[in-house]
Design a protein around this ligand. Structure first.
Ligand SMILES: C[S@@+](CC[C@H](N)C(=O)[O-])C[C@H]1O[C@@H](n2cnc3c(N)ncnc32)[C@H](O)[C@@H]1O
Length: 381
């Protein structure tokens, strides 16, 4: 197995969603924990992290509000597949922005707002709830766009917009496995509240895809490892490890089957409930091989452009900071060319924490070498 090395690979980050979530962390839960934590620290310790004084931020602020730290924005901005795609969409389709009122949902550093202003937008409202909003204000000013871009610090769900309707909503809301973080709900909220009847939401299409991979070496390293740790049986941890989807880069030559489209979402029409679904899949082997895991990835597209534009986070495309999502199978499936691994995938927001995702995979194969039928549950936390 030939796995890409260096930053962005499994080997570099140690794999696992736990690590991954440290970067694209969810601010809402973070706020709640932060409040509790600050209270606790103040009572118990005089060395408690101080509150923000002026522009000074403590590690507690950074930890609990990851979007306030420039590091995550640096990672996103340096993801050229992501950021150049948005830039190309905006700069090559001025007709969508010229003299239009634009709403940037979750503006971060304000990069998308700046692209829109440059493309001739009449006014851009950039909403950002993290501390990065202060930086965005300064960035807008430094670059001479204060007259065109208004940065509003606050949650989309709570702020007041100075205009009743907007012509365009732009947002980069996608999480790991497309839906992790659940920021899509925020975009739908903004769409329903402020988008004019003939307005556009960008991107307007997102799709989730599935394929199957050979991954013996890494499954051994991450899962089977727990069977014998310095001579001790720690296989109870293996059960937990199996349930955690792994966010990582998969090499294209590990792919054993076709890639199947699972679900398409029309962001301009869908409801929040459409992000929970059960869909069937049929993966057909393109060679004789073993299957250790199923791999999910997403594509987004901007269909309102002169020509269709978008990008893929699939293993055959240039890698992005979203990587792919690997779901290990209990069984090692031996599959022969032309045979089918079929089943269903159920995706739902976790009931306790709607920003987390529960995935149920039912799969079966009745092949020459493998006869398996199983249901597995995964939790993205
Ligand atoms: C994935 S980042 C994208 C940032 C920026 N648009 C870019 O493309 O670089 C999403 C941003 O949305 C912000 N955000 C998420 N949910 C929000 C909400 N409900 N209200 C306001 N901002 C939100 C986060 O703090 C984060 O900075």
């Amino acid at each position: 197995m030939d796995r890409r090395k260096g930053s962005g690979s499994r080997d570099a980050n140690g794999g696992g969603l736990a690590e991954a979530t440290a970067s694209r962390l969810r601010f809402e839960d973070a706020d709640e924990v932060a409040e509790e934590e600050v209270g606790m620290e103040v009572e118990e310790s005089s060395d408690a992290p101080e509150e923000v004084i002026g522009n000074e931020k403590t590690s507690a602020d950074y930890y609990f509000d990851s979007y306030s730290h420039f590091g995550i924005h640096e990672e996103m901005l340096k993801d050229v597949v992501r950021t150049r795609s948005y830039q190309n969409v905006i700069t090559q389709n001025n007709f969508l922005f010229k003299d239009k009122i634009v709403l940037d949902v979750g503006a971060g550093t304000g990069i998308l707002s700046l692209f829109c202003a440059k493309a001739g937008a009449k006014h851009v409202y950039a909403i950002e709830c993290s501390q990065m909003a202060d930086m965005a204000k300064e960035i807008v000013k430094t670059n001479g766009y204060s007259e065109v871009i208004t940065v509003i610090k606050g949650k989309v769900e709570e702020i007041e917009l100075p205009v009743p309707k907007v012509d365009v909503i732009i947002s980069e809301w996608m999480g790991y496995f497309l839906l992790f973080e659940n920021m899509l709900d925020t975009v739908l909220f903004a769409r329903d509240k402020w988008l004019a009847d003939d307005g556009v939401v960008l991107p307007d299409k997102a799709s989730l895809h599935l394929t199957a991979i050979e991954d013996a070496e890494y499954k051994e390293d991450k899962i089977e490892f727990w069977n014998n740790v310095y001579g001790f049986d720690m296989s109870c941890i293996k059960k937990q490890a199996m349930m955690e989807p792994l966010v990582d880069t998969v090499d294209a030559n590990q792919i054993v089957t076709n890639c199947q489209l699972l679900k398409t979402m029309d962001i301009s029409k869908m409801t929040s409930g459409d992000a929970s679904f059960t869909v069937p899949f049929k993966l057909v082997a393109e060679r004789n091989d073993f299957i250790h895991a199923l791999v999910a990835f997403f594509n987004v597209s901007f269909t309102k452009c002169h020509k269709l534009m978008g990008f893929s986070t699939g293993p055959r495309s240039k890698s992005t900071h979203w990587k792919q999502t690997v779901l290990y199978l209990e069984d090692v499936v031996t599959i022969c060319e032309g045979e089918t691994l079929s089943g269903t995938m159920t995706v739902a927001n976790n009931k306790k924490n709607p920003r987390d995702i529960d995935i149920t995979l039912k799969y079966s194969i009745n092949g020459q070498r493998s006869k398996v039928s199983r249901t597995q549950h995964y939790k993205m936390r």
